[in-house]
Design a protein. Structure first.
Length: 459
């Protein structure tokens, strides 16, 4: 399938799609400091460098999908958060305009979680309506990169649209492993000292380790207001696009608490506190070591890495889209939706069996599948906990939104406030059915997920 990339940056999203078998035929990126990096690492893709506001559908080649992440600074809670009032925030409208005019089979748009906060939710819903009016079934979800074997906590909003005439049901990829990739595993082998830069020009990005350069500028008051060090056995903090805000290397001790808005470096260990290098950040973002970032200003190196979608996350998103289109073309199979749910405790299992209710997170929280966006009815719910697996029919096809008070009355112990509740029908003891489902679900994770099970049609 052929893909067009908008707001391509250095091409993290593009790289993941290429690895999944998509062909990125054309990309648009306006920032001239990024062009050498994109061209070097994506030689088969035609790079367009025009201002997207000046592009029309006729400028863009035929494609099966459009992917991209409009600038996030306008929606970020750590930035200006001016949303649509910012010129950069308005660029979302150009992404929507091009999708509407070009009418690909699918689109995927990435941004920061701030877009679905109360400050911006009305504008976000307007964006969704524009996509729907253009003829797309639209779904969105908050995904944490750490759930996809990426060594950092990184929440991102993903919006996916499937053209309505294709009769395909899209499902977001689920957590692929309980394993968390530590900083030691990600960057522990990079033992050579990195090259320090502040205001001087970076003469060459070559060396034994490509782009092993780090920013030595001062640490401002906002930076030292909290701890910026994660240990070797932990996940990294989110990799930032600003050099001055990058996390500190795990060789240093955790910063010492002074008061609520102030931390300091541990006395006697000040020399260990340095920002992660560009290459270390790239490793944490899951860029391969042969992906070379071209820059003369150290800040531009960090910008390209920090603004990118982690290629490994992009890969799993691409696979989920691939599966969506493969499943809708199977002629000799019937498709059945199954909800796979994790049960936290034996007490919850007892309550589920007694009340015939299973609940999942609601609202715009990470791990809260947006079940209200599923158009097809469910048939089964497969519940599991520490080797216990139980299969139930769904009594009313889909979930009902509920408040935690309803769940508390039933005997559950929810921590949030918004939930989806499923009424369960009879329990199914057919071992062949359970085996058939679990074989198609290689990983039963902590978060609920929807899977599409294919069965041979019965005569």
């Amino acid at each position: 399938m052929k893909v067009v990339s908008l707001f391509a940056g250095c091409g993290g999203l593009d790289l993941g799609f290429e690895r999944a078998g998509f062909e990125v035929v054309w990309a648009n990126e306006y920032d001239k400091t990024i062009h050498p990096t994109y061209r070097l690492n994506h030689p088969r893709t035609k790079l367009n460098t025009s201002d997207i506001r000046e592009l029309s559908a006729s400028d863009i080649p035929e494609c099966d999908g459009i992917i991209g992440g409009p600038p996030c600074q306008s929606w970020s809670l750590g930035g200006s958060s001016r949303g649509i009032e910012d010129e950069r925030g308005k660029l979302v409208n150009d992404y929507i305009r091009i999708v509407s005019e070009r009418q690909p089979k699918f689109f995927i748009m990435e941004n920061v979680p701030g877009m679905v906060t109360s400050r911006h939710i009305n504008e976000f819903n307007r964006f969704l309506d524009l996509f729907r009016n253009a003829g797309y079934q639209v779904k969105y979800e908050l995904l944490n990169a750490a759930d996809f074997k990426i060594p950092q906590d990184r929440l991102r909003l993903i919006i996916v649209g499937i053209r309505g005439d294709l009769d395909a049901e899209y499902f977001f990829p689920s957590q692929v492993s309980n394993e968390r990739i530590s900083l030691r595993k990600a960057i522990g082998d990079l033992t050579l000292p990195p090259n320090p830069y502040y205001k001087e020009e970076v003469e060459s990005n070559d060396g034994v380790i490509l782009n092993h350069d780090y920013f030595t500028g001062p640490f401002d008051h906002k930076y030292v207001a909290r701890n910026r060090v994660r240990g070797w056995e932990e996940l990294s903090f989110t990799i930032q696009a600003q050099a001055r805000n990058e996390p500190l290397h795990p060789q240093a001790p955790k910063m010492v608490y002074v008061k609520p808005d102030e931390r300091r470096f541990a006395i006697g260990f000040e020399y260990l506190y340095r920002r992660l290098s560009v290459r270390e950040c790239a490793r944490i973002q899951t860029f391969p070591d042969n992906f070379k970032f071209v820059y003369t200003r150290i800040e531009d190196g960090y910008k390209m890495v920090g603004n990118a979608v982690p290629p490994r996350l992009a890969y799993y998103l691409a696979l989920s889209l691939k599966h969506c289109f493969e499943s809708c073309t199977l002629q000799d199979c019937q498709e059945i939706l199954v909800l796979v749910g994790y049960v936290k405790s034996e007490a919850d299992f007892i309550t589920i069996r007694r009340e015939k209710v299973y609940y999942i997170r609601g609202g715009n929280r990470a791990g809260a599948m947006q079940y209200g966006q599923v158009s097809k009815p469910f048939k089964w719910i497969l519940l599991h906990r520490k080797g216990e697996i139980e299969l139930y029919e769904v009594a009313n096809d889909k979930a009902v939104a509920c408040h935690k008070d309803y769940l508390l009355r039933l005997g559950f112990t929810p921590r949030g406030s918004e939930y989806w509740a499923f009424k369960l029908g009879k329990q199914i003891y057919n071992e062949a059915i359970v085996t058939s489902i679990t074989k198609q679900i290689p990983y039963l994770g902590m978060f609920p997920k929807i899977v599409l099970v294919h069965h041979k049609r019965q005569e």
